[in-house]
Write a protein that binds this ligand. Structure first.
Ligand SMILES: NC(=O)c1ccc[n+]([C@@H]2O[C@H](COP(=O)([O-])OP(=O)(O)OC[C@H]3O[C@@H](n4cnc5c(N)ncnc54)[C@H](OP(=O)(O)O)[C@@H]3O)[C@@H](O)[C@H]2O)c1
Length: 236
């Protein structure tokens, strides 16, 4: 039975923290059943946690079995690809191993998870990718992460084309500086500086990105879109 949002299940990666947890809470508040895939459990009552480490290239077998245990053959799913690894390193120092590690978690895992779940996705389902402002542009010292987030934009566009006619829509939501552990690891002074670069003079809260994802799940008109959610950068 679909919830008021028209979605039976949210399947989300990286729901243990940050934007993923806020998104799981947003969907759960409407009665949507939540299935989370990450290494740490999701701190949300009633949510199903399936252990997944996307850095391990063999993750798909066990996760596929667990998903089959928890999902019906066909349901309206919203699949949110949110988990990511913030690999550091510039193009002048990056190793092949560091590149592969980042691409494996941020770009390859979403494509593999699509293959596991597409056979169960009824019309009205959606596949949402959490990209970044770095799906559009670049900054110094994060070459592998930037590659992986640009790749995600390409995967979203391919998804929109390849699923034409199936009534499954997709979009890539691209957050700017969001107040989560991923950003807080830079430290207080850096956070103040980042907030000063935005037109609203503050960081984005994870709940604001969750709300954007919730909107995208219920509105197929955005199919194929890159949705920038960055609070407006102040132009130099
Ligand atoms: N915060 C920002 O400023 C910002 C800006 C642009 C884009 N984003 C994007 O927003 C998304 C969420 O980031 P966040 O800021 O919420 O970060 P976060 O708080 O650090 O959360 C990252 C999530 O990814 C999961 N994860 C990381 N490595 C994993 C692995 N090997 N296998 C499975 N799960 C893994 C983590 O779960 P476990 O540790 O439990 O595995 C965690 O739930 C990411 O795609 C990120 O690139 C964030």
């Amino acid at each position: 039975m679909a919830t008021p949002a028209g979605i039976d299940y949210l399947v989300i990666t990286g729901g243990s923290a940050g934007i993923g947890l806020a998104t799981a809470r947003r969907f759960a508040a409407t009665g949507t059943r939540v299935i989370n895939l990450s290494r740490q459990p999701i701190p949300l009552e009633g949510a199903i946690h399936i252990h997944a480490d996307f850095a391990d290239p063999t993750w798909a077998d066990a996760v596929g079995t667990a998903l089959a245990d928890h999902l019906p053959d066909s349901a309206r799913l919203c699949l949110v690809h949110n988990a990511a690894h913030k690999g550091a390193g510039s193009t002048t120092e990056l190793t092949a191993e560091a590149m592969r590690a980042c691409l494996e978690i941020n770009s390859v895992a979403p494509a593999v998870l699509n293959l596991l779940l597409l056979p169960r996705m009824a019309p009205g389902s959606s596949i949402l990718y959490v990209g970044s402002t770095l799906s559009y542009r670049a900054t110094r010292g994060m070459a592998a992460y930037i590659m992986s987030k640009h790749a995600l934009a390409g995967l979203m566009r391919a998804t929109a084309q390849d699923l034409a006619g199936q009534r499954i829509h997709t979009a890539c939501i691209c957050p700017g500086f969001t107040n989560t552990e991923m950003l807080r690891s830079y430290g207080g002074a850096a956070l103040e500086h980042l907030a000063s670069l935005l037109t609203q003079g503050r960081l984005i809260e994870p709940e604001e990105i969750a709300e954007t994802l919730f909107y995208a799940a219920g509105n197929p008109v955005i199919n194929g879109s890159m949705i920038l959610a960055e609070l407006g950068f102040i132009e130099p």
